[in-house]
Ligand binder design. Structure first.
Ligand code: F6P
Length: 487
């Protein structure tokens, strides 16, 4: 993409790719549990440029220079991270409030009622304005390429467009887009749609979300829609609405050759959890979020033990749940609910030697997760609604032995590509319990067939394919804008 030099690329997201935290007298660097960061970070390492994000670590300020920036990844310095500092009030209104109590449940339609407060909306607008100012300050030319990430910044594209009309703005919405009826309850639906239509390209994970977005615009704005090419004209600007299924960085052979062997992983995890030799180990790895279907999968495990008692003592489910957004009641209540459910099921089926469910409610580093994925017989992803879900792709990438079974929700975008998984409706407890049994008894030959095919898909459609398609569409449209400007 000769048209897109790294120094012209600016990424904007709320979550930063590296968090510096103070741990007594040391500063530790954390990688956040975020699908967005997993996907966008390798792209920035490859193409350089500037990433603007909210500085959220307790030692973030200590390590930046006077321009509030830091060269990352630590020790490599491939690109520059510019941190934006938000006051507690801004964070409460914009991030916890409008983004995570309003937009998140609104777009996931996960039976949690969205909350729309006027004051959160004001904070959201103000913080979007602050990030727009930072983008404009970072732009090295009047036609930079700006990659806007996610539902925290719906207003940003139009704000940038106003100041930099020639900019190529690629906005990627990492979560689902609901149907017009669901979206229509948002009091500021028109402003949000107008904000997003400042983008040159607006990307979603699936065609289905693109279609929902186009129908929402059709319902609430005066716009011309070219359905065949998925182009929306609003005012004097055109936006291409396209699906770009996000993915992961496929592990380099040098990296995977350094992983502990499958049997070592299995031994270590078995020791850690006190598992008996023949135990079937199923794992779930999620942010501790109500959209991930954690309660539903626990019910499925309970149902499995109930209807097939031969698994009692031989089936263990480990749930890694990385605490998230714990400031919000909804999240705290949910964490409490899950804890109580785990205790109840363990009390019902457990013994002194056997604990059917282990809840590990803490952040885990990538290498610990790799070990867990490699030790597991089954990985369970039962999101009630998920833009894509990258855990299932990480699991498959970790299984270079072609073994292990993926149980995957039909409501995760990933189910469109990962057809060889056992696809379930997580709301249907019986079906999910049966899928767990099928996974636990699947022959090694069938596991190999399914897993090798899944690995082929994910390695082929990796995150560079995702970014490559978006950036080449951007380069094409940017060239067109330049040519048209000359006429
Ligand atoms: O992809 C959805 C998303 O909300 C990202 O925007 C975000 O970084 C990630 O999940 C984790 O959430 P949070 O940044 O709120 O911890």
């Amino acid at each position: 993409h000769t048209q897109l030099r790294g120094d012209q690329v600016v990424v904007v997201s709320n979550r930063e790719p590296y968090i510096h935290d103070r741990d007594e007298d040391r500063i530790v660097i954390r990688r956040p549990a975020s699908g967005l960061v997993t996907a966008v970070e390798p792209i920035m390492r490859a193409c350089s440029g500037t990433w603007i994000a909210h500085g959220s670590g307790s030692a973030d300020r200590e390590v930046v220079d006077s321009g509030d920036r830091i060269a990352v990844p630590p020790g490599h310095h491939d690109y520059s991270l510019r941190r934006i500092w938000l006051s507690q009030e801004e964070e409460r209104g914009y991030y916890y409030g409008f983004a995570n109590e309003g937009m998140w449940p609104l777009c996931h339609v996960a039976h949690v009622r969205p909350i729309f407060r006027e004051s959160d909306w004001e904070a959201y607008k103000a913080v979007n304005r602050r990030f727009a100012d930072a983008v404009i300050a970072e732009a090295r030319s009047d036609d930079p390429v700006v990659l806007v990430q996610d539902y925290h910044f719906a207003l940003l594209p139009a704000m940038i467009r106003e100041k930099l009309p020639q900019a190529t703005i690629l906005t990627f919405w990492h979560i689902p887009w609901p149907n017009p009826e669901s979206f229509g309850i948002c009091p500021w639906r028109r402003e949000i749609l107008q904000g997003l239509l400042g983008s040159t390209i607006l990307g979603f994970h699936t065609r289905f979300h693109c279609k929902n977005f186009i129908e929402t615009v059709d319902r609430f704005l005066e716009a011309r829609i070219e359905h065949e090419h998925a182009i929306i004209s609003h005012g004097d600007k055109e936006t291409l609405v396209e699906s770009y299924p996000i993915s992961i960085e496929w592990p380099h052979p040098l990296e995977s050759s350094g992983w502990p062997s499958i049997s070592d992983c299995r031994r270590r995890i078995a020791e850690l959890l006190g598992l008996a030799g023949e135990t079937c180990l199923a794992v779930g790895v999620d942010r501790f979020d109500y959209t991930k279907g954690i309660v539903e999968r626990l019910h499925a495990v309970e149902r499995l033990l109930e209807k097939r008692p031969e698994w009692i003592g031989r089936f263990v489910f480990v749930q890694v749940a990385s605490p998230t957004r714990s400031m919000l009641d909804e999240y705290r209540d949910f964490q409490g609910l899950v804890g109580r459910l785990v205790d109840r099921i363990n009390a019902r089926f457990g013994t002194l030697e056997y604990i059917p469910i282990r809840l590990l409610a803490a952040h885990h580093e990538h290498r610990e997760l790799i070990e867990l994925y490699r030790a597991a017989n089954i990985c369970v992803v039962t999101s009630l609604h998920d833009g894509m879900n990258l855990v299932c792709k990480e699991f498959v990438a970790a299984r270079d032995d072609d073994q292990g079974v993926l149980v995957l929700s039909r409501f995760a975008g990933a189910s469109r590509e990962m057809r060889e998984a056992l696809i379930v409706n997580p709301y249907h407890v019986e079906e999910t319990a049966d899928a767990l049994h099928q996974a636990a008894t699947m022959s090694s030959e069938e596991q190999r067939e399914r897993m090798s095919s899944l690995r082929h898909t994910v390695s082929e459609f990796n995150v560079f394919r995702w970014a490559g398609r978006m950036l080449s569409d951007a380069a094409r449209l940017r060239l067109r804008t330049r040519v048209e400007a000359r006429v």
